[in-house]
Design a protein around this ligand. Structure first.
Ligand SMILES: Nc1ncnc2c1ncn2[C@@H]1O[C@H](COP(=O)(O)OP(=O)(O)OP(=O)(O)O)[C@@H](O)[C@H]1O
Length: 412
């Protein structure tokens, strides 16, 4: 049996990383200069607290990886420090709503975080009461951050109650403000007007980063993450360029850089160069698509397969009805219940939100009104590879691919 010494190359930790924790998702940057105007707008919403008012309710909206959470966290840290210096009693409550599909669960999370007691089993009214007790016990001013707020199915319950809590007598002394964070561009327009009017003080839009901004973000991280001289400047530029051309996401750019470090180690190199970034981009893209697709429901997967079929037919960007026709054909092939047109469109919107496809509204073909046009935003070839690994879909994907080959479309 081998003593493992023949695996020394694989075990090698190399001379690349210094403090790689700064490349981890949970690491919070000390500053977000590329988001100065968004940061200042959040500050303007919070500074009312120093005049004895409740902070503004704000919504931070933008696609994934645009620094919404990082900017909110950065500003809230400054807010707490400044409040401390001025003897203002403030606190912030942060809830990641991704796994909380109901207002009830969000309230339970808050109670559990601060009372150490799991309130499941009590009715919603009681749990909301406990949540308001938590707010009242924390500080005179409490900012509630609801990250990924669009995940909450019955969001109106919590979004209506918190801004009206004082008026309703649910809290007596505490002034509350909400910061809702969402990457669903339809979130606000879908809110009940009653909720909107009590909530909607300000919407702060986070647009995609450009290549230069991503380069600055990466350079700051690289200085700490890697040993001196371990990264070629052009490798940083390439990570930034790849991410800017795709989603304009800082998360994606950081992932490329981190993976490029791993690729360099795999090749026993101690300088990260462009070729490492190219290999890293492929690895990250595949990992990202695999994770996203594996987490999808059957209907999402069927909708995505229909979209892939449209893509290999060379019909992108495609109207919803074109995707629906592919979807209808393949539902019977894979034995999936066929949804109505509007419900399948909801699945397209879902796929857009997680960044697998891209939907843009534009004026249609002379039939009035704006219509959605859809295209893949992940690499079609890699998406096919991943869909093939899902047993229910492998036969269908074979048909999709061979029909593309027959019509000699090979550039996906
Ligand atoms: N301007 C910036 N400076 C430094 N790091 C940044 C900046 N913007 C984003 N990041 C980093 O990029 C990653 C993604 O950012 P963040 O989580 O804030 O994005 P988001 O818009 O909230 O995305 P999502 O909607 O997917 O949660 C994090 O690691 C964050 O620290």
């Amino acid at each position: 049996m081998s003593d493992g010494s023949d695996l020394d190359d694989v075990w090698a930790t190399g001379e690349i990383f210094d403090d790689e924790e700064v490349l981890h998702e949970h690491w919070t940057p000390e500053s977000v200069p590329e988001r100065a105007s968004e940061r200042d707008e959040i500050i303007r919403g919070l500074r009312r607290a120093f005049r004895g008012e409740a902070p503004k309710n704000m919504f931070l909206q933008g696609k994934t990886g645009q620094g919404k959470t990082a900017t909110a966290q950065h500003v809230l840290e400054m807010f707490e420090q400044r409040a401390d210096q001025q003897n203002l009693d403030v606190d912030t409550v942060y809830v990641s709503c991704a796994n909380h599909k109901s207002s009830y669960k969000v309230a339970c999370d808050i109670v559990e975080q601060y009372m150490g007691e799991n309130p499941h089993g009590h009715g919603q009214h009681k749990v909301f009461e406990m949540m308001f007790d938590v707010f009242e016990s924390l500080a005179e001013i409490v900012v509630v951050v609801l990250d990924e707020v669009d995940s909450i199915g019955d969001k109106h319950d919590i979004l209506y109650s918190i801004p009206r809590a004082r008026k309703q007598g649910d809290v007596k002394n505490t002034k509350l403000g909400i910061i809702g964070i969402t990457n669903d561009s339809t979130f606000l327009s879908n809110l009940d007007p009653k909720v909107k009017s009590s909530l909607y003080d300000s919407v702060i839009q986070f647009d995609a980063y450009d290549s230069e901004e991503l380069q600055q973000i990466l350079s700051r991280r690289a200085d700490r993450a890697f040993v001196d001289g371990a990264v070629d400047d052009s490798a940083i530029s390439l990570c930034a360029a790849f991410a800017a051309q795709d989603k304009g996401s800082a998360r994606q750019a950081i992932d490329y850089l981190y993976e490029a470090g791993e690729v360099a180690l795999d090749h026993s190199d101690d300088l990260i160069v462009d070729d490492h970034v190219r290999e890293a981009e492929e690895r990250v893209e595949k990992r990202y698509i695999t994770q996203s697709i594996n987490g999808l429901t059957i209907q999402d997967q069927a909708t995505l397969t229909a979209m892939v079929s449209v893509a290999v037919d060379g019909d992108e960007p495609a109207r919803t009805r074109r995707v629906y026709s592919e979807y209808s054909n393949l539902c019977s092939e894979i034995g999936v219940n066929k949804l109505a047109f509007d419900r399948m469109r909801d699945h397209l919107l879902e796929l857009d939100m997680i960044g697998i496809i891209d939907g843009k509204k534009r004026t249609g073909d002379g039939q009035g009104g704006e219509k959605y046009y859809w295209e893949m935003s992940t690499d079609t070839g890699t998406t096919i590879e991943v869909l093939e690994s899902i047993s229910r879909l492998d036969d269908v994907i074979d048909i999709v691919v061979s029909s593309a080959q027959n019509s000699s479309i090979t550039n996906y």
